[in-house]
Write a protein that binds this ligand. Structure first.
Ligand SMILES: [Zn+2]
Length: 291
């Protein structure tokens, strides 16, 4: 090949390469908040990376699948999570965290402090003790508790009072820790598995602005006993993310919830259909990365 042509081709490739890197850098740019709803089957797990590079995990799903998901999102040498949140001690949210806490060190752990008698609950308590010995700070959730991760705010809005030590005999769904993650003008609401009873309590106890969120993590995998008209009206999200397993035995997400979301004109993203549902925010606009 002519020398000039070779130089031209090499130059052209270099330019292409620079553009490719710019694309990568734009996505990794430090002023973005990234929120990933992880496809972990029938359960909940979300990973958040803040502009200040804080790493937050909210719930761990029902299996060890979350370990693989985090290894895709974090460098292999980084085994430190800044904050781990357990919404409530049910296996479809907690089991994966038991695996995580064997491998990762958590700086802060936010949970409700309720008690249960299940074997996996005992493992959770042992894991907390182990993390405490390694320096973790345990925070018992109640409305008003605010955690700052740089310029990202993790605002606990439920439970309204501390439930520490309260025994959960059947379901602990309405003991769920509900947090709103706020960055600039954008916000994400993580509802765990709360029912419409807790939704009503939230609506009655908070100003509208405190509940209004751009992205709603639909409660309880789309159970018909959650995501009421009232709650959708006050939260008024643009997008709803449903964390749910394909062909689950519960019929989640229910047609009732899907219809309610449609009625309010809310765009629906589902982990069973879309895989991981990824959002990125620059503090002004939230962008869905999957489509
Ligand atoms: Zn659940």
């Amino acid at each position: 090949m002519d020398k000039k042509i070779i130089l031209f081709v090499a130059g052209f490739l270099l330019v292409l390469n620079v553009f490719a890197w710019q694309e990568v850098f734009a996505l990794n740019s430090p002023h973005y908040l990234k929120v990933y709803f992880l496809d972990v089957g029938q359960g909940d797990s979300a990973f958040i990376q803040t502009p200040g590079n804080h790493q937050i995990l909210i719930d761990g799903g029902p299996t060890s699948a979350v370990l693989g998901k985090l290894s895709e999102r974090m460098p292999f040498w980084d085994k430190d999570l800044d904050l781990v949140v357990l919404s409530h001690p049910e296996s479809d949210h907690m089991q994966g965290l038991l695996y995580i806490l064997q491998v990762y060190k958590a700086d802060y752990i936010l949970w409700s402090g309720v008690t249960k008698t299940t074997p996996e609950y005992k493992i959770w308590i042992d894991a907390l003790e182990k993390q405490k010995k390694m320096g973790a700070k345990i925070i018992i959730a109640k409305a008003g508790e605010e955690i700052k991760a740089g310029n990202v705010l993790i605002d606990t809005i439920y439970p309204l009072e501390s439930l520490e030590g309260k025994e959960m005999k059947s379901t602990s769904n309405d003991s769920c820790v509900v947090v709103k993650v706020i960055y600039g003008k954008g916000s994400f609401l993580f509802t765990g598995d709360i029912s419409s009873t807790a939704e009503k309590e939230l609506a009655n106890s908070h100003e509208l602005a405190e509940l209004k969120s751009d992205v709603l993590k639909v409660s309880h995998h789309g159970s018909k006993y959650s995501t009421s008209d009232l709650f959708l009206e006050v939260v008024n999200p643009a997008v709803a993310a449903i964390s749910v397993g394909a062909k689950n035995i519960y019929g989640h997400p229910t047609s009732e919830v899907l219809q309610r979301l449609e009625k309010f004109g809310i765009k629906v993203e589902r982990t069973d259909k879309n895989g991981d549902v990824d959002f990125v925010s620059d503090g002004n606009k939230i962008k869905l990365l999957n489509n």
